[in-house]
Design a protein around this ligand. Structure first.
Ligand code: ATP
Length: 308
């Protein structure tokens, strides 16, 4: 176990404004060493700004930042060989050829991974001679990932590593991140993909309005509660159904014909619901018992309004 305060990343009361916008507003978090920490949050929540402060690309207005125990604002030289960075876009000069550039980056490190093997691994061997700006968005992203990890960093920051990737490349990226973790590398990533966060992360931090609104292991966030879902003809009398369920239960229809029962899901509850449906001549479809998803939790915490 990492003692408290000795995480790969330790942020305390971090703040960063852009004019009138408080992009980061008193954010504190700890990303454990050797673990995958995922930052989730709506557009504009402050994730990229936070990560860029950790990478030393931006300066915080207030608060403390420790990355591998060092301050990225002043200890950039010491951190650079130890930290890999995959920015949200770019990071590679447009005219650089993929293979040459990856070999060049590898040459800056004392014990790099084999660049050709890494290109092969990420399906880029056929594009080794292609200039970065002529690669597709997904290929560019894979090269950025390769650049971030080729130096065998102790810590990697991955800003939306799989956005826009096809399913094959997404799985290849997930496998690579899993291997980094198995090798003891600390990973801090941002994502809008809830499945990705649940699959990969040991610890999830949900950010909104520049501060942390919830954090925990995926199963801590989604909780132990179960819910019952089914489809049936629209417009069932939910008030009457609710009256038959234990106190504290909730039922809603959204969208039409899709029902959700939030309650203490026990065999008796299932029997009550199906008996009620039977007595009303209602045939349920897709009846299933499931946990709340991370997306349910995320929307509960951050609301459903679109962010500008
Ligand atoms: N260079 C900048 N100048 C002015 N405002 C900025 C700048 N960079 C970010 N912002 C603003 O700061 C806020 C936080 O942006 P940030 O990119 O950190 O959010 P994010 O959580 O990474 O969003 P996304 O999910 O869309 O990538 C937003 O309101 C954004 O418009």
């Amino acid at each position: 176990m990492t003692p408290p305060g000795d995480g790969a990343v330790e942020l305390h009361s971090l703040a960063k404004r852009y004019g009138a916008v408080a992009a980061v507003d008193g954010l504190s978090l700890s990303a454990a060493r050797g673990a995958v920490t995922a930052l989730l949050g709506p557009n504009g929540a402050g994730k990229t700004t936070t990560i860029e402060i950790c990478e030393g690309f931006r300066r915080a207005d207030a608060g403390t930042v420790r990355v591998l125990g060092l301050d990225p604002a002043t200890d950039g030289r010491a951190l650079r060989p130890r930290v890999g960075v995959m920015p949200q876009s770019g990071g590679v000069p447009g005219t650089a050829r993929a293979g040459e550039f990856l070999r060049l980056v590898a040459s800056f490190h004392t014990a790099p991974l084999d660049a050709s093997a890494l290109l092969e691994r990420l399906g880029l061997t056929g594009h080794a001679r292609t200039p970065f700006r002529r690669m597709s968005g997904g290929q560019q992203q894979r090269l950025s990932l390769a650049v971030a990890v080729v130096g065998r960093p102790e810590l990697v920051f991955l800003d939306e590593p799989t956005t826009g990737l096809d399913p094959q490349a997404r799985h290849a990226t997930w496998d690579l991140i899993g291997e980094l973790r198995a090798a003891g590398v600390s990973v801090v990533l941002t994502t809008h993909n809830m499945e990705e966060a649940e699959r990969l992360a040991d610890h999830i931090v949900i950010v909104d309005g520049g501060r942390v609104v919830a954090e925990g292991a995926p199963e801590e966030l989604t909780g132990a509660e179960r819910q019952l879902r089914f489809r049936a003809r629209p417009g069932l009398g939910l008030e009457e159904l609710l009256a038959a369920l234990p106190a504290g239960s909730a039922a809603k229809e959204s969208p039409a014909g899709h029902y959700l029962i939030e309650a203490d899901v026990r065999p008796e509850l299932l029997a009550t619901v199906t008996a009620w449906c039977a007595s009303h001549g209602v045939l349920t479809e897709d009846l299933r018992i499931e946990r709340r998803t991370l997306e349910d939790v995320f929307l509960e915490l951050t609301g459903r309004e679109l962010r500008s």
